[in-house]
Design a protein around this ligand. Structure first.
Ligand code: NAD
Length: 276
C-alpha cells in the first residue's frame, strides 16, 4: 500500500457503502490517511435517478473507517452545489485536522430522463453540469489554498469514460465529465509549481447504484432484463466483467500518493480494456 500516514484526505460523495467514494475513503485510510467523508447527508429533492447518502449512512461509515483502520475519520455534510456549505466543511476540516493534503472530487449524479439533446430537459441539464462539473471547480477552489499551505499534495478527480466517448442520451453528464478532464489538466498546469499534482480517473462500468439503475433503465428501453443488459455490456469489455469500486480505489490511492510523483494532468482509464 502507498504510505499516506499523517496526511488528511477529503473524499466527496463518500457516504454510501456501495459507492466508489466509500471504497476510495477506505483505501486511503488503509494507507494511513485521516479521512473526511463529505457527502449530502440528505435526499436530493429533484434527483430522480439514484439515492444520495443519508446522515445515518455517513455516521456509520465514520465509525467503521475509524475502527477498521485506526485513523481519524470525520463525516461532514457537504453540498457541492453550495459554496457556503463547502467553506463550512473546509473550515471544520482545518480546525479539526490542522490541514489538507489530498482531495478526491468524487461526488456525482445524473438528473432527469435520458434523452436526445432536442428533448433534453433544461433544468436537468443545468443541475447535472452544476453537480458534476461546477462542483469540482467549487470544492477545488476552496481546498487548493489549504493544500498549498500544507506544502503540496494531490487532487484526484473522478471523471468518466463518458467524458471521452460519447454515450447515447446522456449529453449533460458526458459534457460535464469532459469538462472535468480539461479542468484537471488546467489545474495540473497551474499548480505544478506549488507541488500539487492533479489527475483524473475515467472509470468505465463499475458496479454501484448508478450502474444498477442504468441496467434497469436500459432493460425497460430494450424490453429485456437488467441481467441480460449486464451480460451484453460485459461482452463489450475485453476483461469480460463489470469493475469493482475497490479497483478504482487502488488507482485513486496510487494517484494520491508519492508513488505517482511524476504523474500530473492525466485522465486515466479504468475500463477493463473497453477504452484503449
Ligand atoms: P453513487 O451514487 O454511489 O455515489 C455518488 C455520491 O455522490 C453519493 O454518495 C451522493 O450522495 C453524492 N452526491 C450527489 N450529489 C451530491 C452533492 N450535490 N453534494 C455532495 N455529494 C453529492 O455513484 P458512484 O457510481 O459511486 O459514483 C461516484 C463517481 O464515479 C461519480 O462522480 C460518477 O459520475 C463516477 N463514475 C461512476 C461510474 C460507474 O460505473 N459507477 C462510471 C464512471 C464514473
Amino acid at each position: 500500500y502507498p504510505d499516506l500516514k499523517g496526511r488528511t484526505a477529503i473524499v466527496t460523495g463518500a457516504g454510501k457503502k456501495t459507492g466508489i467514494g466509500y471504497a476510495i475513503a477506505a483505501k486511503l485510510a488503509a494507507c494511513g490517511a485521516n479521512i473526511v467523508v463529505a457527502d449530502l447527508g440528505r435526499p436530493q429533492p429533484d434527483q430522480s435517478q439514484v439515492s444520495t447518502a443519508s446522515s445515518e449512512q455517513m455516521q456509520d461509515i465514520e465509525k467503521q473507517i475509524a475502527d477498521d483502520f485506526k485513523v481519524r475519520c470525520r463525516a461532514l455534510s457537504l453540498d457541492v452545489t453550495d459554496s457556503e456549505s463547502i467553506s463550512q466543511m473546509v473550515a471544520s476540516v482545518v480546525r479539526e485536522f490542522g490541514g489538507i493534503e489530498i482531495l478526491c472530487n468524487n461526488a456525482g449524479a445524473s438528473f432527469g430522463v435520458p434523452s436526445d439533446v432536442e428533448n433534453y430537459d433544461e433544468a436537468a441539464w443545468v443541475k447535472t453540469i452544476d453537480v458534476n462539473l461546477n462542483g469540482v471547480f467549487r470544492v477545488s477552489k476552496a481546498v487548493i489554498p489549504e493544500i498549498r499551505q500544507a506544502g503540496g499534495g494531490s487532487i484526484v478527480n473522478i471523471a468518466s469514460r463518458a467524458g471521452k466517448v460519447a454515450p447515447l442520451f446522456n449529453s449533460a453528464y458526458a459534457a460535464a465529465k469532459a469538462g472535468v478532464i480539461m479542468l484537471t489538466k488546467t489545474m495540473a498546469k497551474e499548480l505544478a509549481g506549488a507541488g500539487i499534482r492533479v489527475n483524473a480517473i475515467c472509470p468505465g462500468q463499475i458496479m454501484t447504484d448508478i450502474e444498477k439503475w442504468r441496467f434497469e433503465l436500459e432493460a425497460q428501453f430494450f424490453n429485456t432484463t437488467a441481467e441480460q443488459r449486464q451480460k451484453e455490456m460485459c461482452a463489450t469489455i475485453p476483461l469480460g466483467r463489470i469493475g469493482e469500486p475497490a479497483e478504482v480505489a487502488d488507482l485513486a490511492a496510487f494517484l494520491a500518493s508519492e508513488a505517482s510523483s511524476y504523474i500530473t494532468g492525466q485522465a486515466m482509464n479504468i475500463t477493463g480494456g473497453q477504452l484503449m
